[in-house]
Design a protein around this ligand. Structure first.
Ligand code: DGY
Length: 328
């Protein structure tokens, strides 16, 4: 028997499990599916775990901490942490961590995959080819949006927003960005001569709007009918951040009425569901929250989350801690 007991709420890449097993007895949820909230709480009460490595689909709040009295730390297998009540964890003296950095490029590449695919109608055209109805080349078929020289608006120029913006270099794009703290992004200013602008101005001037802001009370439903009415009719919206940043019913209306040209979405307001009407639209591309789904990114997340949890088990500060004040 090892010194610690750890629970992993869903199977993650083996490299992370191997690291955890070097110090702890590890139990992994045997189903490749999220544990319903009550089952997770039951497992926590019964297991007497010292540490938990969990997912963005797990609710880590007061009820969870109550169920897990012996908890020394919680490691999120995600950079986004809107699933964790961090102030509550801090109040109880429980460190919590996330996985920034290791998934930056993968998520930025996913934003670009959606940008290309929506502008050039890749999925719609693929569907036509597979259906067998294509009768050969035509001058008016599948005309889409241009990319070179267009304006890219980055909403939230943190790590992933910055990486997404830098990838526009090959396409000579003008880059605008917003910042919740109104702070200039030195990298984007120096490398791209980018402009920090108010949110409304970004909406009005951008041909592509890419969302990279975390989900907070201030960003929930940031994109609603008022925001769509400010965007160009020819503009595309890309979201690889968190679904509830968009009011999805309003987006369906904007896409149907032609208020914006299209959308590429990797995340949804009520995952795994989509708003009624969204799936039937040709001018939207929908992915099942796969922004970080590359080999190096998912292995990196598993290893970073495991290292974080091991540090917390030992009473040390994890590399990417969400409540570092506990260690001051
Ligand atoms: C995250 O890390 O927050 C993504 O949504 C999943 O990788």
């Amino acid at each position: 028997m090892k010194q610690y007991k750890v629970y992993v709420t869903r199977m993650i890449p083996q490299k992370g499990i191997d690291l955890l097993e070097s110090v702890a007895d590890v139990t992994v949820n045997p189903y490749d599916a999220p544990l319903p909230g009550n089952e997770l709480l039951r497992e926590m009460k019964a297991g007497g775990y010292d540490g938990v490595l969990g997912l963005l689909t797990d609710r880590i709040d007061g009820e969870f901490f109550d169920a897990c009295q012996s908890l020394k730390g919680y490691a999120n297998y995600a950079v986004g942490y809107d699933n964790i009540d961090v102030p509550e964890a801090t109040r109880r003296g429980i460190p919590v961590s996330n996985t920034p950095g290791v998934l930056t490029d993968a998520t930025a590449e996913c934003a670009w995959a959606l940008l290309f695919a929506t502008a050039r109608r890749v999925v719609e055209a693929d569907r036509v080819m597979r259906s067998g109805v294509w009768e050969g080349w035509g001058p008016l078929q599948f005309i889409g949006g241009d990319i070179r020289g267009k304006t890219l608006g980055i909403v939230g120029a943190g790590r992933i927003g910055t990486a997404t913006a830098l990838m526009s270099r090959g396409f000579g794009m003008k880059v605008l960005y917003t910042s919740s703290s109104n702070r200039r992004n030195k990298v984007l200013d120096a490398e791209l001569n980018a402009e920090l602008v108010p949110f409304e101005e970004l909406l009005e001037r951008s041909d592509f709007v890419s969302i990279h802001t975390p989900l907070t009370p201030g960003t929930r439903h940031l994109f609603d009918s008022a925001a769509f009415s400010r965007m160009k009719k020819t503009a595309y919206l890309i979201n690889t951040a968190r679904g509830p940043v968009i009011r999805e019913d309003d987006l369906v209306r904007a896409l149907k009425s032609g208020e914006i040209a299209g959308a590429g979405l990797d995340v949804f307001e009520n995952e795994p569901a989509m708003a009624p009407g969204l799936a039937g639209l040709d001018n939207v591309i929908v992915l099942p929250h796969v922004g970080s789904a590359t080999h190096s990114s998912r292995n990196g997340m598993a290893q970073l989350a495991a290292r974080n949890l091991i540090a917390m088990l030992k009473g040390d500060r994890p590399e990417t801690c969400l409540n570092p004040e506990l260690f001051e």
